[in-house]
Design a binder for this molecule. Structure first.
Ligand code: NIG
Length: 402
């Protein structure tokens, strides 16, 4: 079955050539993009959708979320808005609530969050474990996550549970817990921050997870300067996420990690800096220096960081709007970071990369047909009309999802 989407005022491809087409059309065949170009040249298809002069983008790729949780932290949020600062300790509150929730309800909650994200234009999602923090609950979180999202990251190293010795817990994360989650995950992460895991502990986690064949990412430099960025680059992590407090050396290290990148061949890939603007606002931290990172030559992703503590939103549009209005990115740069950038952070930007899966995060022939039709004539409206419900239609792997 093929579908022609025509009468597009703007088609922002976010492809290799950064093309933005006017008066364009796209043809979907099954789950893939079969054709794109000027509407007047479009081939016939089994069915046709008149986009009515709207703008089409790739679906959002949300490369950093924590969707497997139960419970609520409104009180903590209110305290923060009254002047308290964020600390990693709140993770324990969510861990208690998550542990005491059964599989059925935990899955239902996660599916509801995925549905919310998809209805706002997100078509490819990562999520992490990290609210289990013991062998059974981390394995359970990983198993549930693998049934509801596209990519799963093991974050046993989120917080040392109360009453446990940090060294003993790190050994567990690197040993029996890793073995228990391994069948369900493709990535591993560590919260490398004061109050969570220090440099040596983070190094142990990254080493063990790399040895187990997992791709790596790091929560780094969220609450202050620290070793997170350097560790991420040293270990060749796919991304380092948060990046609020960066030294000049951190920016240089991230930029240097991309110096040998051949985007056509997909070789020499560096460490993506993932900015999480909704989290920065909700924790009243300085916004990550996205403009500076881009200018230095670092590849950037934007992600929602949807979680109950620091960022209870899955709105990628909100992140894009904030990146434009507050971080100094152009609309094209912000949309790229929220689509292609997320795909790069997940190693899914090129068609032949992993497991024979189709590329996501850009509109090109052969890529997965993940499309987001805005109720607006151009992507600029995402920043020009902040907070407005601009998602008109969504296709996920070629299927209409909204
Ligand atoms: O990415 N920083 C660590 N982890 C989450 C927050 C987790 C929580 O507070 O529940 C984050 O912001």
């Amino acid at each position: 079955m093929s579908t022609l989407i025509t009468n597009l005022a703007e088609l922002m491809t976010q492809d290799r050539d950064h093309r933005v087409l006017k008066n364009a059309a796209v043809v979907i065949e099954g789950e893939r993009i079969a054709w794109l170009g000027q509407a007047v040249d479009a081939p016939a298809a089994d069915q046709s959708v008149d986009a009515g002069g709207r703008a089409l983008l790739p679906g959002w790729v949300d490369s950093h979320t924590h969707l497997i949780f139960a419970g609520d932290r409104t009180a903590e949020f209110e305290a923060r808005m009254a002047g308290e600062s964020y600390s990693a300790g709140g993770i324990a509150v969510t861990t208690d609530a998550t542990r005491s929730t059964g599989d059925f309800d935990l899955t239902r909650l996660a599916l509801g969050r995925v549905a919310e994200a998809v209805s706002q234009g997100t078509t490819y999602l990562e999520t992490k474990t990290g609210y289990g923090l013991d062998i059974d609950n981390e394995a359970r979180s990983a198993r549930i996550a693998s049934t509801v999202v596209d990519e799963v990251t093991y974050l046993g190293a989120h917080l040392v549970p109360a009453g446990m010795d940090a060294g003993e817990y790190t050994d567990l994360v690197c040993g029996a817990m890793l073995a228990a989650v391994r069948p369900f995950v493709r990535w591993a992460d560590v919260f490398c921050e004061r109050g969570a895991f220090d440099e040596d502990q983070s190094r142990c986690v990254l080493q063990a997870c790399r040895d187990a064949g997992l791709g790596l990412r790091v929560h780094g430099n969220q609450l202050g300067e620290g070793p997170g960025v350097n560790l991420a680059v040293e270990f060749g992590a796919a991304s380092v996420d948060h990046v609020n407090y960066l030294s000049a050396a951190d920016v240089d290290a991230l930029a240097a990690s991309w110096s040998g990148w051949d985007s056509d061949a997909g070789t020499g890939r560096g460490t993506v800096a993932t900015c999480l603007p909704a989290c920065d606002l909700s924790t009243r931290q300085p916004l990550a220096p996205g403009r500076e990172l881009l200018d230095a030559g670092v590849q950037l992703a934007l992600a929602s960081n949807c979680n109950p503590g620091t960022s209870y939103t899955s709105s990628m549009a909100f992140c894009v709007t904030t990146a434009v209005l507050q971080m100094g990115l152009s609309v094209h740069e912000a949309v790229r970071a929220a689509t292609y950038g997320g795909a790069l952070a997940l190693g899914r930007e090129s068609g032949t990369d992993v497991d024979g899966e189709r590329a996501v995060g850009s509109i090109a022939v052969g890529h997965r047909a993940d499309l987001h039709l805005l109720n607006a004539p151009s992507a600029s409206h995402l920043a020009y009309r902040p907070g407005m419900p601009l998602t008109h239609a969504v296709w996920r792997a070629g299927a209409r999802a909204r």
